[in-house]
Design a protein around this ligand. Sequence first.
Ligand code: ATP
Ligand SMILES: O=C(O)[C@@H](O)C(=O)CO
Length: 422
Amino acid sequence: MATFFGAIADDFTGATDLAGLLARSGVPVSLRMGVPTEPPQNTAPLEIIALKCRTSPVQEAVQETQAALEWLKAAGAQRFFWKYCSTFDSTAKGNIGPVAENLMATLGVNQTIYCPAFPENGRAIFMGNLFVGEQPLSESPMKDHPLTPMRDSNLTRLLAPQVTKPVGLANRLTVAKGAAALGERLAELAANGVAHVVVDAVANDDLDVIAEACQDMTLLTGGSAVAMPLPELWANQGLLKKSTPSDVPSYDPGPAIVLSGSCSSMTNKQVADFLEKGGPSFRLDPLEIAETGNDKVLNWLASQDSSATPLIYATAAPDAVRAAQDRLDVERAGSLIEDTLAACAQEARDSGYRRFVVAGGETSGAVTKALGVTRLNIGAEIAPGVPWCFASSHNARIAITLKSGNFGNEQFFSKAFEVLEP
Ligand SMILES: Nc1ncnc2c1ncn2[C@@H]1O[C@H](COP(=O)(O)OP(=O)(O)OP(=O)(O)O)[C@@H](O)[C@H]1O
Ligand SMILES: O=C(O)[C@@H](O)C(=O)CO
């Protein structure tokens, strides 16, 4: 089926989040891990390419997203979406703005919007300021993120140094007046040369207004939630078709494992809940791995009785993360953990494990790469923005879910497997 919508996601959990929300529309979604090396074939109306470029240097991220854009254009896409985190994660030399500006230049558009709001997960934007629950972003646990600590809550202020063209705001008072008023505000800003518009949203109704006002824009940017209403709007215009739900993709029987490299406050609670319930677990310490390597955890995994689900985790409180980073530096600490969890995933697959819960965006990138997963089919959502996915990994058919650090509730690790049961 011809592709109409092409999205580029800056990390793997973000991509499955977007896929899960788009799939709610009933329009077929396809998710590719990395830019496919083959030209487009067997494409879906909604195509997503997952990259691992959230913390990449600007030039690298621009090149990778450009390659993804070319593939999506070749697939026939006519509307494009740049998906970043609902907490606007980017480093001081952030690539959200530069990537958007490059996509705009290639697509020949003079304006786009920025809307990371995700009300179902407590992300709201008011007067350009992003909130996580009731806390401003810079006071939320995101201030301590291991790779992208967020120390400012104001999206226009975060974005302005990343782009060359003017940044503006369409605030909630405008959005509350409806799609026509928002359209007028965007036109007014465009007439004044404002290329980058942060749009407020505090509830799903706001996202419906934004989607209605922006459905004809060639490029939109944001979190997953602002894209959620678009397929329905396009289907109503006859631009794409819903399909009868295809068979739920299946996976081979086999034991389950949880791999967690996320240090978000929610993942810390989820790990604590798992430990409290007494499941078998192994804690990874980056300092120890730096000295002695991976053998200890791989041996532990090999010794597990496959009737209980094991958890391997590096998840730690902010102080412990900082201490490891001070000794090893941020990137080395991160990649030691990612490489170890990736090696555990391979070992688990080779020993017959077929159900994988993975926590953390960077971690998910490393794990899916190690498993050789190139395409995911989307299944049932476990929590908003966290669907089960199904994939081939070498000769095995596996079920895998990639959980964004902050998503899901405390019981997520046990609930995930209940949702998978037929
Ligand atoms: N104990 C630790 N010390 C230092 N770094 C760690 C530790 N545990 C995990 N890390 C690293 O922190 C990073 C966590 O990022 P990741 O994207 O996986 O999780 P997240 O940011 O919570 O998830 P998301 O991006 O989905 O919100 C990874 O690079 C991981 O390897
Ligand atoms: O938008 C979000 O919060 C998630 O999809 C994500 O990108 C986490 O990495």
